[in-house]
Design a protein around this ligand. Sequence first.
Ligand code: DX5
Ligand code: ZN
Length: 220
Amino acid sequence: VYIMQIAPSILSADFGNLAEAVRVVDHAGASRIHIDVMDGLFVPNLSFGPQIVEVLRKVTDMPLEVHLMVQNPENWVEPFAEAGADVIMVHVESTPHIHRALTLINQSSAKSGVVINPGTPVSAIDMVLPIVQQVLVMTVDPGFSGQHFIPENLAKIDELVTIRDRNANLNFDIEVDGGVNAERIEAVARYGADIAVAGSAVYDGGDAAANLKHLKELIR
Ligand code: DX5
Ligand code: ZN
């Protein structure tokens, strides 16, 4: 039995029926909604702006977490916080001023998270661990849903669990994002992640509610 939440990523949902896509997973036992924000510069894809958060805020009471994959993330903290984001997460690779970006989030109504790409070591975020509520470990190179899980990154979960255990002043949740599917989810939970993002494994093919319930079964 693992205590791991699943955060469906609406990047894989039907954009023509986003509200319904959120309602379906809400009723099927999702804990939070993951919203991938892309600017076509930090990652080679475009996705959502703050308006989507504003719309979904009215659809569900689940926490809405915003994964910023943009240059100049500092500029987007206030718009997303005002739109109703509960958590705003920033890539350490996306700004030379990660401490400033996270401090801005902490001064807003949202909780803060820091994100590391598959090519970035945990040591790159050591200095900001005391000021975040979430650490997001990417298990794909960000930009698209439906990519293959990069298993070498599992070790980072272990590393973060150890760091957190040794330091009483740290209490972030560990989240994993990218390629988490029925084949991978048990390992992600076993390594100690608190939250797993699932995009295509929930929304691609068939019934999103059934897909989510199946994933939950696998970690029960
Ligand atoms: C990747 C995004 C992920 C993505 C996950 O850039 O950050 O959140 O939507 O989708 P899957 O689970 O299909 O890899
Ligand atoms: Zn994401």
